[in-house]
Ligand binder design. Structure first.
Ligand SMILES: Cc1cc2nc3c(=O)[nH]c(=O)nc-3n(C[C@H](O)[C@H](O)[C@H](O)COP(=O)(O)OP(=O)(O)OC[C@H]3O[C@@H](n4cnc5c(N)ncnc54)[C@H](O)[C@@H]3O)c2cc1C
Length: 380
């Protein structure tokens, strides 16, 4: 029988992160987004308290925890109104890839900065012509003496302006390989994409024009292929699901508070079942998505990558759906106020929508379940 309650240590971590994030909250987050600032103060404080590095191995300055701990940090930040997009990328995906596949020297070089928050690394896999079809990636890495030369284009890459390096997925021969590419290296240019998201982080298109890299820019085995890649993508899905369930909790909490206070027929609107039942249903669905996410994290931490892959896709799907429903219902509960900036909900619409699309789209998550869980034929 498995324990369905998180460890006391994990619960304490959640409570501590909630206290920190509560001092910032949505007002801080959306003011930063509106004014074109980053959430540097929160990021630094979270790092100093050990939250960003909670899953980095202790020998490299981290907390020695696992992806479930990092996911708990991410969820609590989002629950307080601060869904930090780069949490999903820098400590989660890049941190996992380096900790898992890097050499001892690479771990010593890259991980301590992630743990203390002095370094941010982002991740580039998406390409304009490949999109969801990772097998079509055209960015190439060719050997050049001891080193490598990279050429290609990546798009929708988050946080390039905040990072020192991008972990780029490029084809070395036939197989996808991973390279730490310094932002601004000769031949590296990036262009900001104008997005409709209200978020402090920006997205970029990257152009890699014969970017020369030393041999040790390669992380892992260039022959390992998709298995190596997917071992790193599961944490990203788990983190995206955590951020989404956190944001869903945030929206539900606002809706419940409002439904308990607002009275237009002499009783709080929350007394009407047309208001209370959708909120109760959301509470159930959020809890279901959280349980799936925690299961995926536990399987990943236990090293069962196949089962973790299935659970991570299911969690990401469930969380993406529930966050869209939660923000929508919170707006509905607020009536006209739901669309006023002052109530802080309308700003969250596009971010909630994002989890349906990234890091893997709703349809690709369902394709995974149809093929691998249900054994149905592949359409593509
Ligand atoms: C805000 C934001 C941040 C992002 N950050 C990053 C990042 O940091 N790094 C990074 O590498 N990428 C990032 N992405 C990219 C993101 O991962 C992709 O947008 C996502 O994987 C979908 O790819 P696409 O946009 O090319 O859509 P497409 O692949 O063009 O798909 C378009 C639509 O068709 C559907 N579709 C495609 N193929 C199939 C199929 N076989 N069956 C059924 N439906 C299908 C999709 O589900 C989708 O609905 C980010 C995107 C956004 C919006």
């Amino acid at each position: 029988m498995t324990d369905f309650v998180e460890s006391a240590e994990r619960r304490e971590l959640r409570a501590a992160v909630a206290r920190l994030a509560g001092r910032y909250g949505e007002a801080y987050f959306y003011a930063a987004a509106r004014d074109g600032r980053k959430t540097t103060e929160l990021w630094r404080e979270a790092a100093a308290l050990g939250y960003l590095g909670v899953a980095v191995p202790a020998e490299y300055g981290g907390g020695g925890g696992d992806i479930g701990d990092l996911a708990a940090v991410c969820e609590e930040l989002a629950t307080a109104g601060c869904p930090l997009l780069l949490m999903v990328v820098s400590p989660a995906i890049v941190g996992t890839m380096i900790a898992r596949f890097g050499t001892g020297e690479q771990r010593r070089r890259w991980l301590p900065g992630l743990a203390d928050g002095t370094a941010t690394y982002v991740f580039g896999i998406t390409e304009p012509d490949a999109g969801s079809n990772t097998h079509r990636i055209a960015t190439r890495a060719r050997r050049d003496g001891d080193g490598w030369v990279l050429g290609g284009t990546k798009t929708y890459i988050s946080g390039v302006d905040e990072a020192s390096h991008v972990l780029v997925v490029a084809r070395a021969g036939d197989r996808p390989a991973l390279f730490m590419v310094p932002v601004g290296a000769p031949g590296f240019t990036h262009r900001r994409i104008d997005m409709g998201l209200v978020a402090p982080e920006d997205q970029f298109t990257l152009f890699l024009d014969d970017v020369r890299l030393p041999a040790d820019a390669l992380i892992g085995d260039p022959e390992a292929g998709f298995d190596q890649l997917f071992a790193g993508l599961n944490p990203e899905r788990i983190m995206a699901a955590s951020s989404a369930t956190g944001m869903a909790r945030w929206a539900l909490r606002k809706a419940v508070r409002y439904a308990g206070e607002r009275a237009v027929w002499g009783v709080p609107i929350g007394a009407h079942q047309a208001i209370s039942h959708p909120l109760a249903k959301l509470h159930v669905e959020i809890e279901a998505a959280r349980l799936l996410t925690q299961k995926a994290a536990a399987l990943h931490a236990a090293g069962d990558l196949k089962a973790a892959g299935e659970a991570a896709n299911m969690a990401k799907y469930a969380a993406g759906e529930v966050v869209c429903a939660a923000v929508d219902q919170a707006i509905q509960t607020h009536g006209g106020n739901g669309l006023a900036s002052e109530y802080g909900l309308v700003q969250a619409l596009a971010t909630a929508r994002l989890t349906r699309m990234a890091p893997v789209s709703r349809e690709m998550a369902l394709n995974f379940v149809a093929q691998f869980s249900l054994g149905l034929p592949r359409s593509y």
